[in-house]
Design a protein around this ligand. Structure first.
Ligand SMILES: [Zn+2]
Length: 308
Protein backbone atom coordinates (compact mmCIF):
# COMPACT_ATOMS: atom_id res chain seq x y z
CA UNK A 1 0.00 0.00 0.00
CA UNK A 2 1.20 3.41 -0.71
CA UNK A 3 0.02 5.05 2.51
CA UNK A 4 -2.98 7.14 3.58
CA UNK A 5 -2.06 10.50 2.02
CA UNK A 6 -0.83 9.13 -1.32
CA UNK A 7 -4.07 7.18 -1.77
CA UNK A 8 -6.06 10.27 -0.78
CA UNK A 9 -4.20 12.43 -3.32
CA UNK A 10 -4.74 9.82 -6.01
CA UNK A 11 -8.51 9.83 -5.50
CA UNK A 12 -8.52 13.60 -5.41
CA UNK A 13 -6.79 13.74 -8.79
CA UNK A 14 -9.03 11.08 -10.32
CA UNK A 15 -12.24 12.92 -9.40
CA UNK A 16 -12.10 15.79 -11.96
CA UNK A 17 -11.43 13.23 -14.72
CA UNK A 18 -14.72 11.41 -14.10
CA UNK A 19 -18.03 12.06 -15.85
CA UNK A 20 -20.22 14.59 -14.02
CA UNK A 21 -22.76 11.93 -13.02
CA UNK A 22 -20.24 9.81 -11.09
CA UNK A 23 -18.45 12.82 -9.65
CA UNK A 24 -21.63 14.23 -8.17
CA UNK A 25 -22.39 11.01 -6.33
CA UNK A 26 -18.89 10.79 -4.87
CA UNK A 27 -18.86 14.45 -3.86
CA UNK A 28 -21.90 13.88 -1.67
CA UNK A 29 -19.90 11.30 0.30
CA UNK A 30 -16.39 12.72 0.37
CA UNK A 31 -15.18 11.40 3.77
CA UNK A 32 -16.40 7.91 2.84
CA UNK A 33 -14.60 8.20 -0.50
CA UNK A 34 -11.38 9.09 1.35
CA UNK A 35 -11.75 5.92 3.42
CA UNK A 36 -12.67 3.84 0.38
CA UNK A 37 -9.45 5.03 -1.27
CA UNK A 38 -7.64 3.08 1.44
CA UNK A 39 -9.14 -0.18 0.05
CA UNK A 40 -8.70 -3.26 2.22
CA UNK A 41 -6.06 -1.35 4.24
CA UNK A 42 -9.08 -0.19 6.25
CA UNK A 43 -9.16 -3.62 7.89
CA UNK A 44 -5.49 -3.36 8.93
CA UNK A 45 -6.49 -0.78 11.51
CA UNK A 46 -9.17 -2.74 13.40
CA UNK A 47 -7.72 -3.23 16.92
CA UNK A 48 -4.25 -2.74 15.41
CA UNK A 49 -2.77 -1.87 18.79
CA UNK A 50 -4.35 -4.61 20.91
CA UNK A 51 -4.16 -7.20 18.10
CA UNK A 52 -7.53 -8.56 19.22
CA UNK A 53 -9.16 -8.78 15.80
CA UNK A 54 -8.59 -11.05 12.82
CA UNK A 55 -9.64 -8.31 10.42
CA UNK A 56 -6.07 -7.05 9.79
CA UNK A 57 -5.17 -10.55 8.56
CA UNK A 58 -8.22 -10.55 6.30
CA UNK A 59 -7.08 -7.17 4.92
CA UNK A 60 -3.76 -8.82 4.07
CA UNK A 61 -5.49 -11.71 2.31
CA UNK A 62 -7.62 -9.32 0.30
CA UNK A 63 -4.41 -7.85 -1.16
CA UNK A 64 -3.36 -11.22 -2.61
CA UNK A 65 -6.36 -13.53 -2.99
CA UNK A 66 -9.56 -13.57 -5.03
CA UNK A 67 -9.00 -10.11 -6.47
CA UNK A 68 -11.49 -10.53 -9.32
CA UNK A 69 -14.07 -12.22 -7.09
CA UNK A 70 -14.00 -9.41 -4.53
CA UNK A 71 -14.38 -6.66 -7.13
CA UNK A 72 -17.14 -8.56 -8.91
CA UNK A 73 -18.95 -9.09 -5.63
CA UNK A 74 -18.82 -5.36 -4.91
CA UNK A 75 -20.13 -4.59 -8.38
CA UNK A 76 -23.07 -6.93 -8.13
CA UNK A 77 -23.89 -6.00 -4.54
CA UNK A 78 -23.89 -2.30 -5.47
CA UNK A 79 -26.05 -2.92 -8.56
CA UNK A 80 -28.54 -4.96 -6.50
CA UNK A 81 -29.17 -1.92 -4.26
CA UNK A 82 -29.81 0.42 -7.19
CA UNK A 83 -33.26 1.53 -6.06
CA UNK A 84 -32.32 1.83 -2.40
CA UNK A 85 -30.88 4.65 -0.29
CA UNK A 86 -27.65 2.70 0.16
CA UNK A 87 -26.80 2.86 -3.53
CA UNK A 88 -24.76 6.11 -3.69
CA UNK A 89 -22.85 5.09 -0.56
CA UNK A 90 -21.97 1.68 -2.00
CA UNK A 91 -21.04 3.13 -5.37
CA UNK A 92 -18.74 5.70 -3.74
CA UNK A 93 -17.06 2.98 -1.72
CA UNK A 94 -16.69 0.65 -4.68
CA UNK A 95 -15.09 3.35 -6.84
CA UNK A 96 -12.68 4.38 -4.08
CA UNK A 97 -11.72 0.72 -3.64
CA UNK A 98 -11.00 0.38 -7.38
CA UNK A 99 -8.68 3.42 -7.11
CA UNK A 100 -6.79 1.73 -4.27
CA UNK A 101 -6.33 -1.39 -6.34
CA UNK A 102 -4.93 0.49 -9.34
CA UNK A 103 -2.51 2.60 -7.34
CA UNK A 104 -1.33 -0.35 -5.23
CA UNK A 105 -0.68 -2.69 -8.14
CA UNK A 106 1.13 0.01 -10.14
CA UNK A 107 3.38 1.43 -7.40
CA UNK A 108 4.04 -1.70 -5.32
CA UNK A 109 6.60 -3.33 -7.66
CA UNK A 110 8.82 -0.26 -7.15
CA UNK A 111 8.29 -0.29 -3.36
CA UNK A 112 9.15 -4.02 -3.18
CA UNK A 113 12.22 -3.49 -5.37
CA UNK A 114 13.44 -0.70 -3.10
CA UNK A 115 12.61 -2.71 0.04
CA UNK A 116 14.74 -5.61 -1.25
CA UNK A 117 17.69 -3.37 -2.05
CA UNK A 118 17.58 -1.65 1.35
CA UNK A 119 17.24 -4.97 3.22
CA UNK A 120 20.22 -6.39 1.32
CA UNK A 121 22.36 -3.64 2.82
CA UNK A 122 20.65 -3.64 6.22
CA UNK A 123 19.92 -7.23 7.26
CA UNK A 124 19.00 -5.98 10.75
CA UNK A 125 15.85 -4.32 9.35
CA UNK A 126 12.61 -6.21 8.74
CA UNK A 127 11.20 -5.96 5.19
CA UNK A 128 7.85 -4.89 6.60
CA UNK A 129 9.32 -1.95 8.51
CA UNK A 130 11.32 -0.83 5.47
CA UNK A 131 8.23 -1.13 3.25
CA UNK A 132 6.13 0.94 5.63
CA UNK A 133 8.85 3.54 6.03
CA UNK A 134 9.20 4.00 2.25
CA UNK A 135 5.47 4.53 1.98
CA UNK A 136 5.45 7.04 4.86
CA UNK A 137 8.19 8.97 3.10
CA UNK A 138 6.26 8.85 -0.18
CA UNK A 139 3.32 10.46 1.66
CA UNK A 140 5.58 13.33 2.69
CA UNK A 141 7.00 13.75 -0.81
CA UNK A 142 3.66 13.58 -2.64
CA UNK A 143 1.89 15.96 -0.27
CA UNK A 144 4.70 18.46 -0.80
CA UNK A 145 4.70 17.92 -4.55
CA UNK A 146 0.96 18.04 -5.20
CA UNK A 147 -0.43 20.19 -2.39
CA UNK A 148 2.73 22.23 -1.67
CA UNK A 149 2.25 21.63 2.04
CA UNK A 150 4.03 19.89 4.84
CA UNK A 151 2.71 16.44 5.67
CA UNK A 152 2.07 17.47 9.29
CA UNK A 153 -0.71 19.75 7.94
CA UNK A 154 -2.61 16.76 6.52
CA UNK A 155 -6.02 17.02 8.24
CA UNK A 156 -6.79 13.38 9.09
CA UNK A 157 -9.75 14.14 11.34
CA UNK A 158 -11.49 16.45 8.89
CA UNK A 159 -11.03 14.13 5.92
CA UNK A 160 -11.83 10.78 7.55
CA UNK A 161 -14.87 11.39 9.75
CA UNK A 162 -17.62 9.27 8.18
CA UNK A 163 -21.34 9.39 9.15
CA UNK A 164 -22.36 6.40 11.29
CA UNK A 165 -25.02 5.28 8.82
CA UNK A 166 -22.49 5.04 5.99
CA UNK A 167 -20.07 3.02 8.13
CA UNK A 168 -22.89 0.58 8.85
CA UNK A 169 -23.82 0.23 5.17
CA UNK A 170 -20.21 -0.62 4.30
CA UNK A 171 -19.94 -2.92 7.33
CA UNK A 172 -22.91 -4.91 6.02
CA UNK A 173 -21.41 -5.09 2.53
CA UNK A 174 -18.08 -6.40 3.89
CA UNK A 175 -19.82 -8.88 6.16
CA UNK A 176 -21.58 -10.47 3.17
CA UNK A 177 -18.49 -10.23 1.00
CA UNK A 178 -16.29 -12.02 3.53
CA UNK A 179 -18.95 -14.72 3.93
CA UNK A 180 -19.50 -15.27 0.24
CA UNK A 181 -15.98 -14.90 -1.13
CA UNK A 182 -13.81 -16.10 1.79
CA UNK A 183 -16.32 -18.12 3.85
CA UNK A 184 -15.52 -16.01 6.92
CA UNK A 185 -17.98 -14.82 9.56
CA UNK A 186 -17.63 -11.24 10.72
CA UNK A 187 -20.29 -9.10 12.33
CA UNK A 188 -21.00 -5.99 10.26
CA UNK A 189 -20.73 -3.79 13.38
CA UNK A 190 -17.24 -5.10 14.09
CA UNK A 191 -16.18 -4.16 10.55
CA UNK A 192 -17.83 -0.73 10.80
CA UNK A 193 -15.61 0.03 13.80
CA UNK A 194 -12.51 -0.17 11.57
CA UNK A 195 -13.38 3.31 10.22
CA UNK A 196 -12.85 4.98 13.59
CA UNK A 197 -9.80 2.86 14.36
CA UNK A 198 -8.23 3.97 11.10
CA UNK A 199 -8.91 7.63 11.81
CA UNK A 200 -7.84 7.55 15.44
CA UNK A 201 -4.65 5.61 14.83
CA UNK A 202 -3.59 7.88 12.00
CA UNK A 203 -4.03 11.20 13.83
CA UNK A 204 -0.82 10.84 15.91
CA UNK A 205 1.15 9.53 12.90
CA UNK A 206 0.98 13.02 11.36
CA UNK A 207 2.53 14.49 14.47
CA UNK A 208 3.37 18.20 14.29
CA UNK A 209 5.70 18.30 17.28
CA UNK A 210 8.24 15.78 16.05
CA UNK A 211 8.33 14.27 19.54
CA UNK A 212 7.04 10.92 18.32
CA UNK A 213 9.66 10.81 15.59
CA UNK A 214 12.52 11.46 18.03
CA UNK A 215 11.17 8.83 20.41
CA UNK A 216 10.81 6.31 17.60
CA UNK A 217 14.38 6.89 16.42
CA UNK A 218 15.67 6.13 19.89
CA UNK A 219 13.41 3.10 20.27
CA UNK A 220 14.40 1.95 16.79
CA UNK A 221 18.08 1.98 17.72
CA UNK A 222 17.56 0.00 20.88
CA UNK A 223 14.91 -2.39 19.57
CA UNK A 224 15.05 -2.65 15.77
CA UNK A 225 11.85 -4.68 15.82
CA UNK A 226 9.86 -1.73 17.10
CA UNK A 227 10.48 -0.11 13.74
CA UNK A 228 7.54 -2.13 12.53
CA UNK A 229 5.29 -0.03 14.72
CA UNK A 230 7.02 3.29 14.45
CA UNK A 231 7.96 3.42 10.77
CA UNK A 232 4.50 4.75 10.00
CA UNK A 233 5.16 8.11 11.62
CA UNK A 234 5.38 10.61 8.78
CA UNK A 235 8.74 12.37 8.53
CA UNK A 236 8.57 16.17 8.14
CA UNK A 237 11.31 16.09 5.53
CA UNK A 238 12.75 13.42 3.25
CA UNK A 239 16.34 13.89 2.15
CA UNK A 240 16.69 10.93 -0.24
CA UNK A 241 15.07 10.58 -3.68
CA UNK A 242 12.53 8.07 -2.38
CA UNK A 243 10.10 8.69 -5.28
CA UNK A 244 12.86 8.12 -7.87
CA UNK A 245 12.26 11.54 -9.41
CA UNK A 246 15.76 11.23 -10.94
CA UNK A 247 14.52 8.16 -12.84
CA UNK A 248 17.17 5.66 -11.87
CA UNK A 249 16.87 2.13 -13.21
CA UNK A 250 14.91 -0.47 -11.22
CA UNK A 251 13.23 -3.78 -12.01
CA UNK A 252 10.04 -5.63 -11.19
CA UNK A 253 10.88 -7.96 -8.25
CA UNK A 254 9.05 -10.94 -9.80
CA UNK A 255 10.37 -10.26 -13.26
CA UNK A 256 13.99 -8.96 -13.13
CA UNK A 257 14.13 -8.68 -16.91
CA UNK A 258 11.50 -5.97 -16.79
CA UNK A 259 13.70 -2.90 -16.26
CA UNK A 260 12.12 0.50 -15.70
CA UNK A 261 13.14 4.07 -15.07
CA UNK A 262 9.76 5.40 -14.09
CA UNK A 263 9.46 7.63 -11.05
CA UNK A 264 6.66 7.02 -8.56
CA UNK A 265 5.10 10.19 -9.89
CA UNK A 266 4.99 8.71 -13.41
CA UNK A 267 3.56 5.45 -12.03
CA UNK A 268 0.92 7.51 -10.22
CA UNK A 269 -0.05 9.23 -13.50
CA UNK A 270 -0.14 5.87 -15.36
CA UNK A 271 -2.45 4.41 -12.73
CA UNK A 272 -4.68 7.48 -12.92
CA UNK A 273 -5.19 7.14 -16.64
CA UNK A 274 -5.99 3.44 -16.38
CA UNK A 275 -8.35 3.74 -13.45
CA UNK A 276 -10.46 6.45 -15.05
CA UNK A 277 -11.16 4.11 -17.99
CA UNK A 278 -11.94 1.24 -15.60
CA UNK A 279 -14.32 3.37 -13.53
CA UNK A 280 -16.20 4.66 -16.57
CA UNK A 281 -16.69 1.16 -17.99
CA UNK A 282 -17.74 -0.15 -14.59
CA UNK A 283 -20.36 2.57 -14.29
CA UNK A 284 -21.69 1.86 -17.78
CA UNK A 285 -21.93 -1.89 -17.20
CA UNK A 286 -22.94 -1.85 -13.53
CA UNK A 287 -26.20 -3.67 -14.03
CA UNK A 288 -25.15 -6.26 -16.61
CA UNK A 289 -25.05 -9.00 -13.97
CA UNK A 290 -21.45 -9.88 -14.85
CA UNK A 291 -18.10 -9.45 -13.10
CA UNK A 292 -15.90 -6.40 -13.61
CA UNK A 293 -14.65 -5.86 -17.14
CA UNK A 294 -11.16 -4.62 -16.30
CA UNK A 295 -8.07 -6.74 -15.79
CA UNK A 296 -7.77 -8.39 -12.37
CA UNK A 297 -4.85 -10.73 -13.12
CA UNK A 298 -2.53 -8.82 -10.82
CA UNK A 299 -2.84 -8.71 -7.05
CA UNK A 300 -2.38 -5.50 -5.06
CA UNK A 301 1.39 -6.12 -5.00
CA UNK A 302 1.49 -6.08 -8.81
CA UNK A 303 2.18 -9.84 -9.01
CA UNK A 304 0.18 -12.43 -10.96
CA UNK A 305 -2.59 -13.72 -8.68
CA UNK A 306 -2.03 -17.26 -7.51
CA UNK A 307 -5.17 -19.30 -8.11
CA UNK A 308 -6.75 -20.48 -4.87
ZN1 LIG B 1 -3.33 -1.61 0.08
Amino acid sequence: MPALTTHYLFGDQVLPELPEEIRQIIEQHRPLYHCALQGPDLLFFRCAVSGKSFLPKVGGRMHHEKIGEVLSFMKQYTASQKEKEEYPVLLTYFFGYICHYYLDKTVHPYVYFLTDSICNHHPEKTPHSVHVKIESQLDTVFYGLLEKRNITDFPVKALFTVPQEEKEIIGRMYSQLLKEVFDLDFDSREIAKAFDDMKNLNIPLFDKTGILMTASNILGEIFPKTLDLTAQIRPKRVSVDIANLCENCWHHPENPKLKLRKSVFTLFQDAKEEVVTAMKSTYDTLEDGMGVHFDTDLDFAGNIVSQS
